[in-house]
Design a protein around this ligand. Structure first.
Ligand code: S3P
Length: 171
């Protein structure tokens, strides 16, 4: 626990559909802080959706823009919702470790698949057999999320506002 947490940005990490965007907004509101969404920033900078960016320019271009968005986001204390793959690049992990309080949000595959069913088209990495892809992403990323996390919360079946209260109590 870091007594200076109020001076550091808070970054929410975890797989797609674990609640990062919803909780970032709510936690920011509770703290009277701004919030920042790296996917939204990338989409704005590219002038197209994340899905289109993957399709037209490829994942590498998305990852480069995602790193730039993270660096920008870390410049002030705010709550940052990251993309699920932010932990893939060592440089991003270093920035998060050095500059942020990191909260890992997790949920079961069942919960994630149900949450994403509505907008699967916007998740290029989960196209096709989503359950199989999710299992792969989870296996690959769990050690990376775990290594970075200062705090971890399971989001299944918990009201977002209750989770925010738990986060504030734990920070
Ligand atoms: C990705 C997750 C997405 C988005 C992009 C890649 C990933 O963000 O950044 O589609 O690699 O898991 P969410 O975690 O908000 O879905």
């Amino acid at each position: 626990w870091d007594p200076n947490w109020l001076e550091r940005p808070i970054a929410l990490i975890g797989l797609s559909g674990c609640g990062k965007s919803t909780l970032a907004r709510l936690l920011a509101r509770a703290l009277c802080w701004p919030w920042y969404d790296t996917d939204a920033a990338v989409a704005a900078s590219a002038g197209m959706s994340v899905a289109d960016l993957f399709q037209v320019y490829g994942e590498a271009e998305f990852r480069a823009r995602e790193s730039a968005a993270l660096a920008e986001a870390l410049r002030e204390p705010q709550v940052i919702a990251t993309g699920g793959g932010i932990v893939l690049q060592a440089e991003n992990r270093r920035m998060l470790h050095d500059q942020a309080t990191v909260i890992w949000l997790d949920a079961t595959d069942t919960t994630i698949l149900a949450r994403l069913a509505a907008d699967a088209e916007q998740r290029p990495l989960l196209r096709g057999d989503a359950a199989a892809r999710l299992a792969e992403l989870r296996a690959q990323r769990t050690p990376l999320y775990a290594e970075l996390a200062d705090l971890t919360f399971q989001t299944d079946g918990v009201m977002p506002i209750d989770l925010v209260q738990r986060m504030l109590a734990a920070l």
